[in-house]
Write a protein that binds this ligand. Sequence first.
Ligand SMILES: [Zn+2]
Ligand SMILES: [Zn+2]
Length: 85
Amino acid sequence: MAAKPEAAGTGAGSFNVHPGHAVEGFELRPEGVLAALCSCGVTLDVAAARFRACPGCLGRACLRCAGTGEVVDHDALQWRLPALT
Ligand SMILES: [Zn+2]
Ligand SMILES: [Zn+2]
């Protein structure tokens, strides 16, 4: 794995991040789009949501998948700028 100097920290990967801002998190939108959100409220990038089976799923009480049996497959996501959707 080639580490890029500008991708300091999270390991979350290949979407754009505002310098000096934290990534707020991810939001799954009704149209099946996963959005990466900056702490300043801007949508950084979007990707078609991809899922995989929840690893070590605990069923309805599972904290990873909230009981759905699926988690977002971050390795399979292809991030693109929101303006290109
Ligand atoms: Zn920001
Ligand atoms: Zn689970």
